[in-house]
Design a binder for this molecule. Sequence first.
Ligand SMILES: [Zn+2]
Ligand SMILES: [Zn+2]
Length: 197
Amino acid sequence: MTWHAIAPIVLSFVEVVRSAVYTLSMMQFNVAHLLKGTMGTSQLVTLDAAFAPLDETGTSQVHGQIQLMHVTGGIWVSGLLDSNAVCTCSRCLKGFSLTLQLQLDEIYLPAMDIITGATSPLPEDTDPSFIIDDHHTLDLTEAVRQSAIVALPMKPLCRPDCAGLCPECGSDRNQVRCTCQSSTRDPRWESITRLLS
Ligand SMILES: [Zn+2]
Ligand SMILES: [Zn+2]
């Protein structure tokens, strides 16, 4: 077969890879077809996955679309995902669930050259979680966990108007109205109060 005969077939295959949208319920997937493709070959993947809660954030699901692209050195994963986390309210100290939007933007490096089968030289400081293994499998778990940590609010609130705990008796002001009189005063006013008295 001449190149002219093959070319349309090759081109249409690249197009299919580009336009196909796969729905995955797993966090690991095989990227051999992308690594074999020319630079710039990309694939849209719809993720709809649930998994055991991750360390630190308790994240247990992701939904949304990401793009995987063959770039110099590896596979670039990017996209926005709807996700969740479990955290502690900074006012009332109660655990609660919240929704998070995760921004993925990672480059995964292949452990093996897919064409030659040789081991690929990787930079010494490469995080093993972002290496595509010898079976050409890419695992999104750590990328999701790290972006969930970044997305968590600094002072999470179970609700915007959480009344918090009473500093005197420790009761939850969302549940009970205690009769304590808060004696906590801004220390910066102390010296002025003393001058005036
Ligand atoms: Zn609260
Ligand atoms: Zn109280």
